[in-house]
Design a protein around this ligand. Structure first.
Ligand SMILES: Cc1cc2nc3c(=O)[nH]c(=O)nc-3n(C[C@H](O)[C@H](O)[C@H](O)COP(=O)(O)OP(=O)(O)OC[C@H]3O[C@@H](n4cnc5c(N)ncnc54)[C@H](O)[C@@H]3O)c2cc1C
Ligand SMILES: NC(=O)c1ccc[n+]([C@@H]2O[C@H](COP(=O)([O-])OP(=O)(O)OC[C@H]3O[C@@H](n4cnc5c(N)ncnc54)[C@H](OP(=O)(O)O)[C@@H]3O)[C@@H](O)[C@H]2O)c1
Ligand SMILES: Cc1cc2nc3c(=O)[nH]c(=O)nc-3n(C[C@H](O)[C@H](O)[C@H](O)COP(=O)(O)O)c2cc1C
Length: 702
């Protein structure tokens, strides 16, 4: 095996602020710098990952596993924050650094990579022995989304700067697109990159073969059942302690009220308004923040995975899980726990099956026919697409199909058992992550309640016959249905929604007497904020659920207005600037969100608030095309250009990123270009300047 590693102060990142070092303990942060002794003598790669919601972290671990399996080399996976960046020039020649970086905001690094990027970008960067990285060899993988203008900006900037500093890249910069398939982009990039890495470092394939990341021990005796995790995410949750809630310790918030926002019986979709009671929890929020909702998996998928792995009878068995290589793989959830809790709360078994997971399970097929089928599917991208992805099949379903089993829930007990070691399941299935919702209330109006506006996702896959149900939005919809004791008829748009276990770990998510459920949540801060001055015009564009944060913005201004009037009298708002909301939905009588509230807000704001509405399937342009928010914006172009260019208006766009947000930006660029007497490029430059000055902000998703 090639030489040893000698890194001091290696760097890495991760939203969870956990470190993958020796001596790692779940939930604890180890802050000492890394030294040679800690690393041992067999680590040849250092991976630094910048992740906000865990995808970059997951892919960093995947690269690490693969390098270890193929070449028998040690890989140290590290969080990019906190560490001593200036020692990067000490990485020996027979080591390489692998950077796995996601991009956020508008081309910004993830929270935990901000300091790292600032350090690297500074013109007077100083490492321990100078200002160059001539000895450093590195590999770069970026995670982004093409619907964002600044696609994979972080890894691009890192790579450019590394080159300037004299570091030598191995392979191409990998760029994964979350809008298409991170998985496929990663698979297309990694083989050639790993080969070039091996060539560069003189590594030989076949050194180790298949390796385990974890040991699993089924516990026959449980010394303290109160310490077993049944779906809780943090030690404090075991005792039901309230307080200190964040991304590691969500708050099980009582659902204060919840109702349907679309017109029932008319709309072909459902949209849930939900208010969470956060009084006494210590949770606070600001307008523009996001609420993270921690979903659970549907019972049918939980049972399917248990059945396929032959664990139906052992669902309540308590297991203890230890990492065999904490520098590389951490146990992705708290333990000891049960098989049932792992599939219900901790692993993402409801996502579409991934080709990589299928490849990892080929060796454990129950018979030769299943093995051959699975191998083909995992190797042939087109076959996988047409037979699996285009049907929206999930992992458990694929394993059943490949073994020739029925997918009907009632046939689960007779399904073929796959002898997959449980440690491989943990290694190959992503952990379940929270979903984010733009908060739709203002803390000035509802300090103790956080509102969200969630459209319920249900779609037909290109080739499937059955609907696919989005995980978290249908979980929220089920909470609403159960809490309000609603019945669902055959014609109801919710008919067929999967069944979720809503009572939570130890039944703590249901207050039987009050008939009230709890949902685990935490608040994520955002930079999507109103200007402080009420004299600056505000232009908000939010069709569909994109209106959510603007309800919060308008409520915020209403609360300020009411106070101002109380203090200054009836004329208090006379020098306030216009607040304009461009909203779009399909039809007034179908999906107009919060229709009755806007008039009330306008009155309280002395009609400084203007609502412009496009009804895309009811009111059309003269040429017969759909009239969208950007058509209204174009109609108002003279006024908008004046507000943006002369009155320094702040512009906000929220909602669907790929079509709507891009079309709206395109329209704004046209308007501003013309107003400035130039062309489209002039408008684009103006938009860029507005973004740089935080006068144009986007909160979009795909
Ligand atoms: C910052 C931010 C703010 C957000 N705010 C809101 C909000 O205010 N309101 C709101 O309703 N949502 C909002 N979302 C979206 C929300 O986070 C979830 O993504 C959404 O509710 C779907 O989650 P789910 O768990 O139900 O679906 P999942 O189970 O996560 O399924 C979603 C996945 O299904 C696939 N998919 C979706 N539609 C199709 C289709 N037609 N064909 C094929 N595949 C498809 C895609 O791969 C998609 O990623 C926001 C997202 C972000 C990032
Ligand atoms: N992450 C997720 O999975 C997630 C979560 C929420 C929403 N979404 C997706 O995001 C999209 C928006 O969802 P939504 O429910 O909030 O909104 P929506 O109800 O689908 O759309 C709101 C309005 O925007 C219009 N619209 C469509 N394309 C547009 C464009 N290019 N420019 C301007 N307006 C446009 C729609 O018109 P028409 O429909 O008549 O064309 C409709 O009038 C949907 O595709 C939805 O599936 C995804
Ligand atoms: C709010 C938000 C903003 C984003 N901004 C960008 C962006 O500006 N450029 C980009 O390429 N990707 C952007 N993305 C996509 C993420 O980089 C991508 O989803 C990535 O897989 C996230 O990795 P993580 O889970 O490790 O944080 C954004 C995603 C979200 C949710």
């Amino acid at each position: 095996m090639p030489g040893t590693i000698a890194v001091a102060g290696a760097i890495l990142l991760g939203i969870v602020a956990l470190y993958f070092l020796k001596g790692y303990v779940f939930g604890e942060k180890i802050t000492e710098p890394i030294d040679e002794a800690q690393l041992g003598d067999d680590s040849n790669f250092i991976e630094r990952m910048a992740s906000q919601t865990g995808t970059a972290e997951e892919y960093a671990i995947r690269i690490a596993r693969e390098a270890k399996e193929r070449y028998g080399v040690g890989v140290l996976v590290l969080d990019i924050q906190d560490q001593e960046m200036d020692k990067l020039d000490q990485l020996p020649e027979d080591c390489a650094a692998i950077f796995v970086m996601a991009t956020y905001g508008e081309g910004e690094p993830t929270d935990n990579a901000v300091e790292f990027m600032e350090f690297f970008r500074s013109s007077d960067v100083a490492f321990s022995e100078g200002s160059t990285l001539n000895n450093l060899h590195y590999v770069a993988l970026g995670l982004g989304n093409k619907t964002y203008e600044m696609y994979n900006e972080t890894i691009k900037q890192l790579d450019e700067r590394m080159q300037e500093l004299g570091a030598q890249r191995i392979g191409q910069v990998g760029m994964c697109d979350d809008d298409a398939s991170i998985e496929e982009d990663y698979l297309a990039w990694k083989d050639s990159t790993l080969e070039q890495l091996a060539q560069h470092m003189n590594l030989e394939e076949g050194n180790t073969g298949d390796i385990s990341d974890f040991t699993i021990t089924e516990l026959e005796e449980i010394p303290d059942p109160s310490r077993v995790y049944h779906g809780e995410h943090h030690p404090r949750a075991l005792s039901g302690t309230i307080g200190n809630h964040d991304a590691r310790n969500p708050y099980p918030a009582p659902v204060a009220t919840t109702y349907e926002l679309f017109h029932e019986g008319v709309a072909s979709r459902s949209c849930v308004h939900m208010e969470f009671d956060v009084k006494g929890s210590g949770l606070t929020y600001q307008h523009g923040d996001h609420l993270a909702v921690w979903p659970v998996n549907p019972e049918s998928q939980v049972d399917r995975m248990l059945a396929v792995l032959g664990l139906l009878e052992k669902r309540h068995t308590v297991v203890s899980i230890k990492s065999l290589d904490p520098a590389l793989a951490k146990v992705p959830f708290p333990q000891p726990t049960t098989y049932e809790a792992i599939f219900r709360y901790y692993l993402d078994i409801n996502a579409h099956a991934s080709r990589q997971a299928l490849a990892a399970f080929v060796a454990f097929a129950p018979n030769i026919a299943a093995r051959e089928k699975l191998e083909k599917l995992s190797k042939d991208k087109d076959l996988f697409l047409s037979q699996i992805a285009d049907h929206g099949y999930k992992l458990g379903e694929v394993l059943q199909l490949v073994a020739g089993d029925s997918l009907r829930d009632e046939d689960l007990t007779s399904t073929t058992v796959w002898p997959i070691p449980f440690d491989r399941v943990i290694s190959c299935v992503s952990r379940l992550t929270p979903r984010f919702y733009s908060i739709s209330s203002s803390p000035k109006m509802s300090p103790d309640r956080i509102h969200i506006t969630a459209v319920v996702l249900r779609y037909s896959p290109p080739q499937g016959t059955k609907s696919v149900f989005g995980l978290a939005s249908n979980y929220l919809s089920s909470v609403k249905t159960q809490q309000n004791k609603e019945s669902i008829g055959l014609e109801d748009v919710r008919h067929g929604t999967p069944n979720y276990h809503l009572n939570g770990p130890r039944d703590r998510h249901l207050d039987q007497d009050a008939g009230q459920f709890r949902v685990p949540i935490h608040v994520r801060r955002s930079t999507f904020r109103l200007p402080t001055s009420t004299k600056i015009p505000i232009i908000m564009v939010g069709p569909g659920t994109g209106v959510a944060p603007f309800r919060s913005f308008v409520q915020e201004r209403v609360a300020t207005a009411l106070k101002a009037k109380e203090k200054l009298g009836a004329d208090a708002l006379k020098d306030w600037a216009d607040i304009t909301l461009y909203y779009g939905c399909r039809r007034r009588e179908e999906d107009f969100l919060y229709e009755k509230e806007w008039q009330d807000y306008a009155e309280k704001l002395d009609h400084k608030f203007h609502l412009r509405v496009s009804l895309s399937r009811e009111v059309f342009n003269e040429d017969g095309s759909k009239k969208y928010v950007q058509d209204l914006i174009w109609e108002d172009r003279a006024k908008l250009a004046e507000q943006i260019l002369q009155q320094r208006a702040h512009v906000y766009i929220c909602g669907e990123g790929k079509g709507m947000a891009q079309d709206v930006e395109h329209c704004l660029a046209k308007i501003l270009g013309e107003a400035k007497g130039g062309g489209y490029d002039v408008g684009l430059a103006e938009l860029k300047m507005l973004k740089d000055r935080h006068r144009l902000a986007l909160d979009v998703w795909s």
